[in-house]
Write a protein that binds this ligand. Sequence first.
Ligand code: F6R
Length: 253
Amino acid sequence: MKWNCIASKGLIPLRIHVEKDYESLSELAASVVAYDIVQNPNIVLGMATGGTPIGMYKVWVNQVREGNLSFREATTFNLDEYLGLDATHPKSFRFFMQENLFKHIDININRTFFPIDDMNQPFFEYDSLIQQESGIDVQILGIGRNGHIGFNEPGEDFNRLTHVVELTESTRQANARFFSNSEEVPTHAITMGLASIMNAKKVVLLASGVDKSLAIYNSISGEVSPKYPASILQQHPNCTVILDEDAASLLPK
Ligand code: F6R
């Protein structure tokens, strides 16, 4: 595997890998994280929803079916969850993870956590629970067109842990594709904060498609600024960015 290292303005080199298309991005991302799972079966993974990681999850499902990968000992913490939807709601992130990954693999469902409690209320002790589990070993992230990670929108304080957010109109519009109409998209969510994400020992950021190219350009080759929440990752000591050519199209060659 060859990595193109660039020194970002945050002074810590991000490992950036550009793959031809979404399929090869998904395969590479799956094997980068699978390597860590094999090395450490008790791994604690930070999971993301959205369209981007679906391809990677499919690769893992096949690897588990073929007997080449196991999540039996793994623990997962999802990045975020909508408020106002219960866990069985088809648009909840719990449901998403169940459908796209958990029900197809050998994970212990009692070891899969979301930042809501049994009553679907915000679970503010999420970061403490993560630390009790000795922290996230690998945090998987997608990125929004405005540079958001989790539900941390532009302007978000870099120092926040898990907290409730009111969703911006642009995020609600972007997520409307998963609902029958934009009115149905919840107005609030709970998300790990940027400090929670930075506490992960390793971060793997995925982005695919030309509509992510500006966010990627601003976040990884621009200044570290709350204007681009993902730009904080330039200061993470162990961050790997896996892009397809479209998402990387604005980066200097
Ligand atoms: C998902 C999440 C979001 C998405 C981002 C990109 O749990 O927290 O930040 O990663 O909105 O979404 P997609 O992958 O659908 O483009």
